[in-house]
Design a protein around this ligand. Sequence first.
Ligand code: ATP
Ligand code: MG
Length: 267
Amino acid sequence: MTRIIAVTNQKGGVGKTTTTINLGASLARMHRRVLLVDLDPQANATVGCGVDRVNLSGSSYQLLLDACTLGEAVVVVREGLDLLPAESGLAGAQAELGGEEGNDNYRLRSALGGATGYDYIFIDCPPALNVLTINALVAAHSVLIPVQCEYYALEGLTGLLETVARVRQSANPGLVIEGLLRTMYDGRNSLTREVSEQLSQHFGDKLFRTVIPRNVRLAEAPSYGKPVIDYDEKCLGSLAHLALAGEMMDATSAQDNTPAEQTGGAP
Ligand SMILES: Nc1ncnc2c1ncn2[C@@H]1O[C@H](COP(=O)(O)OP(=O)(O)OP(=O)(O)O)[C@@H](O)[C@H]1O
Ligand SMILES: [Mg+2]
């Protein structure tokens, strides 16, 4: 079964795109078939995968507007890893796709209905709780929330969790929290440890055991258009994402063995 995971946090710069690319690439390395969906007008995941934004035969924007098919838009990044790229026109989608109540919130879900043959689909969301993020939440089975362990980390989480609860009630009863992921982690920093402890108290086993350390290789890799495992396989950033992929595969196989009524079923 394909598991669709929205990578989201309306706070900017917390590691959503870094997680999407590198967790996706790590799962592909472990022989899983992965599709990355770039749903951010900034198109950072597209550029970070080395895909030229100019000569696209389709994009997430065109797909949302029914102007192309998924097959036309998807680009192969590396073995097992495909990308649905973003183009800057996506910024206008907010205006073109109406309000939160309309059928426009279901567009991505319908479009991804035809995405067969993937084990995982990761949706890289923009740093906003807008119509694009709502589309991702309606389409997804679960939500992965990257959190930077710093002073304001917890502040936006309430709003995000309320939005997730609202989407669960209105459009997607099966939506669950896949997990919160501590990113840019620096264990020498006492604030990091303090915030990490608070996250652990609030979210318990919803917190991924794996933490992603602050690692310069992770910041460098996108400028070479590569996932970090193709840039520096042995660096701490690569090892952490491979560990995260292992943790996620264990969780997925446990979910697959759990009856649907306990997990809330599929959307
Ligand atoms: N673990 C890390 N170590 C070092 N640098 C990192 C790490 N994770 C992310 N970065 C860098 O921090 C910046 C923000 O990361 P990223 O783009 O993944 O965040 P984002 O949540 O997707 O941002 P936005 O909200 O703008 O979409 C980038 O320059 C990225 O390379
Ligand atoms: Mg991003």
